[in-house]
Design a protein around this ligand. Structure first.
Ligand SMILES: [Zn+2]
Length: 376
């Protein structure tokens, strides 16, 4: 592996002579994103200021759709049923000397080379709603969706609650913003978030920081520079800013406190228990064409299977994230996801030049990452 890196670094430096890449860039690519292949690179491009300001030209979109993802490591499925491979954050043998820029935990997560990998949650967050409030994510406006273009592409999730419901910190952290966006733009436009709070969190085992954002608050109970504990009240639910009805808009940002650093909160929130009290699980997915490019799909049906010959239940309708700048980003590299799934077998169905189905197992409290390669 190390010899391979050196060879790649040398090859990268040679490219400098042709004016294509700088040596430092080549070395950085080798050192930081070799394990996740191009996933981290995609996010770097997609979260650049140019990508954010580009409007319709979308360099990030181009990068996401044209970038090989995990290339030939993902095998072509030969069976309809995929058995999960429990990896649980164990480093692959070849990754015993991780580069300084990427932590062992991140490396393990992004090193999934199988069609299905199962991970522990690296940093489970507390539900950001206090006692007595609704703690389930609103399924009608999931992360990355836009209701077929009728709404802004969602960079967070909603917790539908009445005004005044306590909003609590999702983890121990530092208040890095507490105020409003009337004078300065932080989202898509001014007065987008209304009254909002941003917390900064240090994740054990991660070089990257995590940020959580709580918007549309009717009241803010913390000040910048203050430290808070998980579950501590930081404000109250409201409808300030661009809110339709009172709810909490909750965002998770990975690496930097930027609008396009948003990640799907459903993959970070500790799972709710199912009817038997067992933790639910998570699905993160990506659909790849033969070149390893991520395929956008508006309709993905997820059904919970109950047994041979029995009807499926809990049908969930998903789609790949509508803004490709949100797709394929580290640490999971997913393009669609759902949390809070009761453990068990699920069937994923979508149409792309024919009907495709996969059966995947969701395990309690675990994140199942499935990479589906299609021939379209
Ligand atoms: Zn929202």
């Amino acid at each position: 592996m190390n010899r391979f890196r050196v060879l790649l670094a040398i090859a990268g430096c040679l490219l400098v002579l042709t004016g294509l890449l700088s040596c430092s860039l080549a070395n950085r690519l080798v050192n930081t994103v070799l394990q996740p292949t191009i996933i981290a690179d995609v996010s770097a491009i997609a979260s650049s200021p140019e990508a954010v300001q580009s409007g319709t030209s979308l360099p990030g979109e181009q990068a996401a759709s044209d970038t090989p993802l995990a290339e030939s490591k993902i095998s072509t499925p030969t069976a309809m049923t995929i058995q999960p491979t429990p990896t649980s954050l164990q480093l692959p043998a070849e990754a015993t000397a991780p580069p300084a820029e990427i932590s062992p935990a991140e490396q393990a997560i992004t090193a999934c080379a199988e069609e299905v990998c199962v991970f522990e949650m690296p940093y489970p967050l507390v539900r950001p709603i206090g006692p007595g409030g609704r703690v389930d994510v609103d399924p009608s406006y999931r992360f990355g969706t836009s209701n077929r273009g009728k709404r802004d592409v969602h960079h967070g999730v909603e917790f539908l609650n009445s005004a005044g419901t306590p909003v609590v910190a999702a983890a121990d952290g530092l208040v890095v913003f507490a105020g409003d966006d009337l004078q300065k733009q932080y989202g898509l436009y001014r007065n987008f978030y209304g009254n909002f709070v941003v917390l900064h969190h240090e994740m054990p085992g991660f070089v990257e920081s995590l940020y959580t954002l709580y918007a549309h608050l009717s009241e803010i109970d913390v000040e910048e520079g203050e430290t808070v504990r998980a579950g501590e009240q930081i404000g109250k639910v409201g409808s300030t800013g661009a809110a339709t009805g009172s709810h909490l808009h909750f965002e998770v940002r990975f690496g930097e406190n930027e609008y396009f650093a948003a990640r799907n909160p459903e993959l970070w929130l500790a799972p709710l228990p199912d009817e038997e009290g067992q933790p639910r699980g998570f699905l993160a997915g990506r659909i790849l064409n033969p070149d390893g490019k991520l395929v956008p799909l508006p309709n993905i049906v997820l059904e919970r299977l109950t047994g041979p010959g029995l009807p499926a239940q809990d049908t969930i309708y998903l789609s790949t994230y509508d803004d490709r700048r949100l797709i394929g980003k580290n640490p999971w590299g997913e393009s669609f996801a759902s949390g809070d799934l009761p453990a068990g077998e699920y069937q994923i169905t979508f149409i792309k030049g024919g009907i495709h189905t996969r059966i995947v197992e969701i395990l309690p409290g675990k994140i199942t990452l499935v990479s589906i390669r299609i021939n379209q």
